[in-house]
Design a protein around this ligand. Structure first.
Ligand code: SF4
Length: 917
């Protein structure tokens, strides 16, 4: 067995991982105690990393027009078709759409090929959906896309403001670091600003449940309040900034009395003023923000409203202080560094940076080989797909992302892709939704195979190391791109033999004609010239890394000099704007979207670990109890959302965490895991005019119960090759992988009757089973009166399916049944007690533990509630009894809320009893 230190690919924290492997399989992972991002911690996704690997379900052969081909044919076809498209329709008729999943080296080569040698600026990335507004705001204000802070600043702050960030679920290790720091320093305060009460509130001293989209009004109000209370740092403003007068004037255009701001933000005025007071009176303040701020049609302004308050108070460039945008993806930062956004050129230089086009042209030596570099920025994400719709772009190469799921107006984006003359897809997974639109499929390597670097949210460059060979004929992205560049005649500029060659070139470009002053802070020239051994051994380091900072740079702008031509930061006047997606009579609810704790993006990888599916097994809709009551909705009932671009079906979760009039859906589910559960289909494509980032947090939807006649659970042997045709005749389906089998949750029976009402259509389950399922229906127990049914089918003595018709609330824990699917053959004839247990789907006395709360130890909600009721009323006591919360700690906020819920329940019961007495 060998060990390799690498990084986790499941979020922008960028935790260090020690992976144990034998050269073919990763058998274990643990947190790297020496990595400064996590010091040994891992969250549940990180600790399940090795369970999300494996060659099954991987793309292993290139395909052209649906036919498997060898690499030579695939590469030559891509090169020919791209060249033909450019010849017939112009240089800018080809485009690329990349992903924050790519390594920096992959990104660098793609950017160089498209902008430098194909001469098209249309290369953008799914990071546009995540943090483009934060980038635009940093550039407007600080002069560069340069995150000033680091993770230690969160620990050193006196006040941490978490706004638009469910840190506990989306960046769990950072949340754990913050919680520990707060335990160590009881004077530290944490404020959470979010329309939803999330698990992050576990450590909040103050919670502001603001009206969605009112963030800029709140931070403008804070700035005006600081001004009124003489809490601006006039000396800092004078020496290091410009624009305070115009910015204050803009803030004062609205009523700046606390009551007025509180009313607009829909929060309690006293709480609001407490936040203002805390912010204004502390110097060491970090405001950490994420997609809740960025994913808005005025996201850039919101980010600038936050940065304005930090500049105005001099709360930047100090330990424990600064506006801190945290990224979602593992290498969104690396993509930004190489120029992977359509408005960037390369190495943090923009098209309009004086001399940049000439400088990059000379560095890449494109002159004799290729046309000149484009002179203007390209289309950003949604614009890029709209250009395909207009026929302006006729070929797109999509790498490691599913735009038909994640872009707003996703159904339209799918139609656009279907009509695009040439779609090339590089991906590692065979079940990626995007593949259905691909003319050419290129199988790519994945985590544990890929070798290169990533940059996390605190500017820290780390090695992601390759350990295993890619399966079949899968290849690294940088190799695929370089090979195609070579076949297009640019071989001289793409003769890389190792990712270290690419990193060296990237590092040299960052330092090329860079004076090393503050105007081009992205400078890693200190890492240029590493030989293979030094590149392999590269330890995590924060940029800039150059002659003046050979050990890297923990914190930026400490001298108050910013990356603007005059060194002064800009305060940006902001006029608050509401969401662009208008509510209406038919769509009266505000839609919020986001991640769940145990899944990553479109689930193609995390769903491979069955234990990660148990926390939230089906797509859901979180609803406030009063909204649920007014719409006649019950908890766990299926319901339909109607949005601008389509419908979404999910299971209702009634939750006091929601504000009235608002609903929340997860972003993960797609056509591989459910019918009609793509949140992108609910959203209209409204964009931030500066950053081009879509308004994904502010949809407008209608909600109604799904009128169905039946619900069923089908469990099928994992190796059964029958196609899931049952999905086609179900109104709702969700696919849930288990350890030894596959589960489908089904519902249907909805149909419009001739007289216009809804008729519940009963199903002939025996005929259905014979039509769709393999083997013989050997066990059958049906209650005609209630419509309930339990049945099981066998093939060669082996259990091959199990069916329950009825509410999923009646489902037992499926562990026992799951294990039966692993057995080669069951006893025949089946003993009566085995028949009984098979029909029940569980062993005698096996209690259903409920939905999983602790994914590490698979501890369910019901078991935890029972333990609390028996007196285990602390996280420690629950851990001692059930082991929950004792490994990665990701479930601790949920354990605490369950304890609180039970506590509240006890109080309510006692009050009722007292009243009755
Ligand atoms: S917080 Fe979790 S998902 Fe994010 S990098 Fe660390 S281990 Fe991976």
């Amino acid at each position: 067995m060998k060990q390799a230190s690498t990084t986790c690919p499941y979020c922008g924290v960028g935790c260090g991982v020690i992976a144990t492997h034998d050269g073919y399989t990763v058998t274990n992972v643990e947190g790297d105690r020496d990595h400064p991002a996590n010091y040994g911690r891992l969250c549940v996704k990180g600790s399940a990393l090795h369970e999300t690997l494996g060659n099954h379900g991987r793309l292993t052969r290139p395909r052209v027009d649906g036919v498997e081909v060898d690499w030579n044919t695939a590469l030559a076809t891509v090169a020919t078709r791209l060249a033909d498209t450019q010849r017939e329709h112009g240089r800018q008729s080809v485009a690329a759409y990349l992903s924050g999943q790519l390594l920096t080296e992959d990104y660098y080569v793609a950017n160089k090929l498209f902008k430098g040698f194909l001469g098209t600026p249309h290369l953008d990335t799914n990071s546009r959906l995540c943090m483009a507004s934060a980038v635009a705001a940093y550039k407007r204000s600080l002069g560069a896309d340069a995150v000033p802070c680091n993770y230690e600043d969160l620990e050193e702050a006196e006040l941490v403001v978490l706004v638009g960030s469910n840190l506990a679920w989306n960046h769990p290790v950072l949340f754990q670091r913050l919680r520990t720091a707060k335990q160590r320093n009881p004077l530290m305060r944490v404020v959470v600003i979010d329309p939803r009460v999330t698990d992050t509130c576990e450590i909040a001293d103050l919670y502001l449940g603001i009206r969605p989209g009112s963030d800029a009004r709140l931070f403008n109000g804070l700035l005006a309040w600081m001004d009124a209370k003489r809490r601006l740092d006039r000396i800092y403003l004078e020496r290091h900034t410009q624009g305070i007068d115009e910015t204050l004037a803009a803030a004062h255009q609205e009523d700046c009395r606390i009551d007025a701001i509180a009313s607009d933000c829909d929060v309690d005025p006293e709480r609001l003023e407490t936040f203002f007071y805390w912010f204004a009176t502390q110097l060491h303040v970090v405001t950490l923000y994420s997609q809740g701020i960025n994913q808005s049609s005025s996201g850039t302004d919101k980010c600038n409203a936050i940065i304005n308050c930090h500049l105005a108070g001099g709360k930047i460039g100090l330990p424990g202080a600064g506006p801190f945008s945290i990224t979602g993806q593992p290498n969104a930062m690396g993509g930004r560094e190489v120029g992977g956004l359509a408005n960037q050129l390369a190495a943090h230089m923009d098209y309009h940076t004086p001399g940049a086009i000439d400088r990059v042209t000379r560095f890449w030596a494109t002159g004799s080989l290729a046309p000149s570099l484009p002179e203007e920025p390209g289309y950003k994400a949604v614009e890029l797909f709209e250009a395909i719709e207009r026929g302006e772009i006729r070929a797109v190469w999509i790498m490691a992302t599913n735009p038909g799921v994640s872009l707003p107006d996703a159904n339209r984006m799918r139609r656009i892709l279907a009509a695009c003359p040439l779609v090339i897809v590089s991906d590692c997974m065979a079940n990626a939704d995007i593949l259905q639109y691909a003319d050419i499929v290129l199988p790519a390597s994945s985590w544990s195979e890929k070798d290169g670097t990533v940059t996390n949210s605190e500017r820290r460059i780390s090695r992601q190391r390759g350990m295993l060979p890619p399966p079949g004929e899968a290849r690294h992205d940088w190799w695929i791109i370089s090979q195609i560049a070579t076949r297009m005649g640019f071989g001289e500029a793409f003769d890389y033999t190792h990712p270290g060659d690419i990193f060296d070139e990237h590092a040299r470009l960052s330092g090329f004609e860079n004076a090393g002053d503050s105007t081009r802070p992205f400078d890693i020239s200190g890492l240029a010239g590493l030989d293979r051994a030094a590149y392999d051994a590269l330890a995590p380091i924060q940029w800039p890394v150059n002659a003046t900072a050979p050990e890297g740079t923990a914190r930026l702008f400490t001298d108050g000099r910013f990356a603007t031509p005059d060194g002064l930061a800009r305060l940006i006047p902001v006029q608050p704007k509401g969401p662009q997606q208008a509510l209406s009579e038919s769509r009266p609810l505000r839609l919020n979207t986001g991640r769940v704790r145990d899944q990553w993006h479109t689930m193609t990888r995390t769903a491979r670990a069955p234990r990660l599916m148990n926390h939230r097994a089906e797509p859901f809709i979180e609803v406030h109890p009063e909204d649920a009551a007014s719409l006649d909705l019950n908890d766990q009932q299926l319901a339909r959302l109607d949005g601008a671009g389509g419908d979404y079906i999910g299971r209702v979760r009634i939750s006091h965490a929601m504000r009235r009039g608002e609903v929340f859906v997860p972003m993960h589910w797609n056509d591989s895991f459910s019918g009609q559960a793509r949140m992108g289909g609910l959203l209209a494509a409204h964009l931030d005019p500066v950053s081009g980032q879509p308004e994904s947090k502010h949809g407008a939807v209608g909600l109604a119960p799904l009128d169905i006649g039946w619900e069923a659970t089908l469990v099928l042997a994992a190796d059964s090759d029958c196609a899931p045709a049952w999905c086609d005749d179900s109104t709702y389906w969700a696919y849930i992988p288990l350890e030894n089998c596959r589960r489908w949750q089904l519902a249907g029976g909805e149909s419009g009757s001739a007289c216009g009402g809804v008729e519940k259509v009963p199903r002939d389950w025996l005929a259905w089973a014979k039509a769709y399922l393999p083997g013989e229906p050997a066990l059958w127990a049906e209650d005609a009166g209630s419509g309930r049914l339990r049945a099981a089918g066998f093939e060669n003595g082996r259990l091959c399916w199990w069916l329950m018709v009825g509410s999923p609330a009646e489902l037992p824990a499926l562990n026992w049944l799951d294990a039966r699917f692993a057995e080669a053959a069951l006893d025949t004839p089946l003993p009566s007690d085995l028949r009984r247990r098979l029909l029940a789907g569980c062993d005698a006395g096996e209690a259903d533990a409920g939905p999983t709360v602790c994914s590490c130890h698979q501890v369910g909600r019901k078991a935890i509630v029972e333990a609390i009721r028996h007196g285990d009323t602390s996280v420690e006591a629950l851990g001692a009894r059930l082991a929950c919360g004792t490994q990665c700690g990701s479930c601790i906020p949920e354990l605490k809320s369950l304890i609180e819920e039970e506590h509240a329940h006890d109080h309510a019961t006692q009050a009722v009893e007292a009243e009755t007495a």
